[in-house]
Design a protein around this ligand. Structure first.
Ligand SMILES: [Zn+2]
Ligand SMILES: [Zn+2]
Length: 87
């Protein structure tokens, strides 16, 4: 479950909520950069999962490979170039 910011009152609410429990307004579904707070975010989805995972498995072990498969979607901030994932 992720927490998102209400676009009306700025309070952090669950992304499961369609409206804010605090003010009743629409919740903000935009993705924020954790470093610079920009909403100019590019989504990256790994396409060669199996190849990448097996390469990671060779270099870092099977646990790292499993973790990488679980987090296939990455976000890249267009402003500060920070790469991050949502929990
Ligand atoms: Zn609100
Ligand atoms: Zn940023």
């Amino acid at each position: 479950m992720a927490m998102i910011k209400c676009s009306t009152c700025g309070r952090m609410v669950s992304d499961k909520e369609k409206t804010c429990p605090n003010c009743g307004g629409q919740t903000d579904t935009r993705i924020y950069c954790p470093r610079c707070n920009s909403t100019n975010i590019k989504v990256q989805v790994k396409s060669a999962d199996d190849v990448t995972a097996s390469l990671i498995a060779i270099y870092f072990g099977i646990f790292a490979a499993k973790a990488a498969q679980k987090n296939r979607i990455k976000y890249v901030c267009n402003d500060c170039k920070k790469k991050f994932k949502l929990k």
